[in-house]
Design a protein around this ligand. Structure first.
Ligand SMILES: [Zn+2]
Length: 79
């Protein structure tokens, strides 16, 4: 499948990715997510079924398979 980003010549590849999102102010990491990724521009597409499962995940009741340290870089992002 060709990448849908305009002007990008990439072919989407099936990969396993790590996805990070924030829920209630807490970062949550989900690994081993099946996704289509463009190796040229990095455009990522998650399957609808994967998205549904992701949204249904309840971090309060689900047992984590691991812990990840959270860092904040000492950079000023305001010019
Ligand atoms: Zn692309």
């Amino acid at each position: 499948m060709k990448c849908i980003v305009q002007g990008c010549p990439g072919e989407m590849e099936q990969r396993r990715i790590v996805h990070t999102f924030v829920r209630d102010g807490n970062p949550i990491v989900v690994e081993d997510l099946p996704a289509l990724v463009c190796p040229v521009c990095g455009y990522t597409v998650l399957d609808l079924r994967v998205l549904d499962t992701l949204f249904a995940l309840d971090p309060e009741t689900e047992t984590p398979v691991g812990q990840a340290p959270v860092f904040r870089l000492p950079l000023s992002l305001t010019a």
